[in-house]
Design a protein around this ligand. Structure first.
Ligand SMILES: [Zn+2]
Length: 91
């Protein structure tokens, strides 16, 4: 379990394990903290994450990654400009 407030410059890379959709998203940790509070942990994000395209939830792969600007450019296909909107988190 990771306290996300210690990793504000990091991103979550979430890969939904649904073969029909194969959607994945990059979500900045700072956006999660802003929306869900400073105390949210990696476990909570993982549990709540659901694919907004197909509604798939569970058995997802999730990585906490640090990405600089150049890295983001290289993996552009996994990122969209409003990436955090592709992550649906609910209570
Ligand atoms: Zn999906």
């Amino acid at each position: 379990m990771i306290q996300l407030k210690r990793n504000k410059t990091h991103y979550f890379y979430i890969e939904y394990k649904n073969d029909q959709c194969r959607h994945n998203v990059m979500v900045p940790v700072s956006a999660l903290l802003k929306e869900y509070g400073e105390e949210i942990t990696s476990d909570e994000v993982f549990r709540r994450a659901r694919c907004k395209k197909c509604g798939f939830q569970g058995n997802n792969q999730m990585h906490l990654v640090y990405v600089g600007e150049s890295t983001l450019a290289q993996i552009g296909s996994a990122v969209n400009t409003d990436g955090q909107k592709d992550l649906e988190v609910y209570c």
